[in-house]
Ligand binder design. Structure first.
Ligand SMILES: Cc1ncc(COP(=O)(O)O)c(C=O)c1O
Length: 454
């Protein structure tokens, strides 16, 4: 076995990490994981406070999921979904269609959330060219301020986080951008009670003027994760669904973060009784074990893609010409089926209200600290905004001071065996849904100590 020192050396020489400034990166090398704990090569353990980037549901190394993957491995590790099917993929498509709200009956598999969004964008575009009443001039999208939908060029185009996306501006297609419907930081003169109608009013104006050119509106339902867990006003999603229906615009719900119990229901859309036209799933779909994503489409969208393999001259094939080599990989599908079983059998959703309440208490203690400017939460998704404490401690012309503070708090937490990762000047708290009450208590204790130490 290589030593930790060797591994760190090789890591720094060869491993280019995602969303990581490599110039001053100090690796923490994980060797194994069990339950909510990650173990490094030195035998230290860390509570996984971010669910391995918001995807772990049942904890690591769950015997049920491991066994399902192993059993699938003995059957077939991979076969293509292009014109071919497999038993596990079929079963998963059926289960997802059963679980999904409304008539989202058709499941298109890919490998990651960005691709699931890319697929939805392309489906929406193609839909308007070949539905019963074609409107080929519908070629643009509405996206929300500070949206994040992934890192491929299409999903980046609908994204709106300057720090991540501005650099790639020249490569991206234009979209129509509406204000971030932030329930906490309201525009001047808008009161909380009027926030929802204010944001919906802006949307209605845009739709009324430009609906003829808009293929779809894409939204992270209820909460914009990568924006820093920005929460939408209650009723906003429902209002968006009404308006998109009224103006004949497809609704794409990006549930990549929010699905599978994260917000307290199986899907965030269910919280406001919304059925989108396209729904993107990823991250927690396999319990956080293997790469898999899915784009679910309604009967109406799907049927626009049906037609002859060899159409008569002058007519286009209606096929959706998009696919990923490993999309719907059977090993990942087996993990996903086991994860869905566990959600039911271990009554994961039923246990969430108590865990969510405990997290709320932790946040209220954080909120009392002078370095914390705000907190937000829905289900087991939460953010703590850090702010350098007093006016005289704040440096002029240092736009990074709050982000630096957030990073420092994470270092302190890691030194106390809790793995946290900042997002800008906020701390993201996204524990596995399987976290126990004792582990949550530890998370809260370490968090408060770590903030206090900075
Ligand atoms: C809302 C949302 N959509 C899409 C994605 C992209 O998913 P992936 O990283 O699997 O490509 C993310 C990733 O964090 C996300 O937060």
């Amino acid at each position: 076995m290589p030593t930790t020192e060797q591994l760190c050396d090789w890591d720094q020489r060869h491993y280019w990490h995602a969303f990581t400034q490599m110039a001053n990166y100090q690796p923490l090398v994980i060797e194994r994981a069990s339950g909510c704990w990650l173990y490094d090569t030195e035998g230290n353990r860390y509570l996984d406070g971010v669910s391995s980037l918001w995807c772990n549901v049942h904890g690591h190394g769950h015997p049920r999921i491991n066994t399902a993957i192993r059993a699938q491995l003995d059957r077939v590790a991979h076969c293509t979904s292009l014109g071919l099917s497999n038993t596990t993929g079929i079963e998963l498509a059926r289960r997802l269609a059963e679980l999904a709200p409304g008539n989202l009956q058709h499941v298109f598999f890919s490998c990651d959330g960005s691709s699931a969004v890319e697929v939805a964008l392309k489906m929406a575009f193609q839909y308007w060219r070949q539905c019963d009443n074609p409107q080929p001039e519908k070629t643009t999208y509405i996206a929300l301020g500070n949206a994040y939908h992934g890192d491929t060029l299409g999903s980046t185009s609908v994204g709106g986080i300057a720090q991540f996306h501005a650099m790639f501006g020249p490569l991206l297609f234009e979209v129509l951008r509406i204000a971030t419907p932030d329930a906490q930081r309201l525009p001047d003169g808008i009161k909380p009670a009027g926030a929802c109608s204010h944001y919906l009013g802006q949307l209605e104006q845009l739709l009324s003027e430009r609906h003829g050119e808009i293929a779809a509106l894409v939204i992270e339902p209820l909460v914009q994760g990568a924006a820093g867990m920005v929460m939408h006003p209650e009723g906003y999603l429902w209002g968006v669904r009404q308006l998109t229906r009224q103006y004949n615009v497809l609704l794409i719900a990006d549930e990549i973060v929010t699905a599978f119990g994260r917000t307290g229901r199986m899907f965030a859309c269910e919280q406001e009784h919304v059925v989108p036209d396209l729904m993107c799933l990823g991250k927690g779909i396999t319990g956080g074990y293997l790469p898999l994503a899915a784009t679910l489409a309604t009967e109406e969208v799907y049927s626009a893609f049906l037609g002859p393999v060899f159409p008569p001259p002058g007519e286009n094939q209606k096929t959706f010409f998009h696919g990923h080599t490993y999309g719907g990989n059977p090993l990942a599908a087996a993990a996903a089926l086991a994860s869905l079983d566990l959600l039911e059998e271990e009554q994961v959703l039923e246990q969430l209200p108590a865990k969510s309440a405990q997290l709320a208490t932790i946040l209220s203690h954080c909120q009392a600290l002078p370095q914390v400017s705000a907190t937000r939460q829905i289900g087991l998704l939460a953010a703590v905004d850090m702010q350098v404490e007093t006016p005289h401690a704040r440096a002029e012309n240092d736009p990074w001071q709050d982000a630096r503070l957030a990073q420092q708090v994470c270092h302190e937490a890691i030194a106390r065996n809790v793995w946290l990762r900042p997002l800008g000047s906020s701390l993201m708290l996204v524990p596995p849904l399987a976290i126990t009450h004792d582990e949550l208590e530890l998370l809260g204790k370490v968090l408060i100590e770590s903030i206090g130490a900075c």
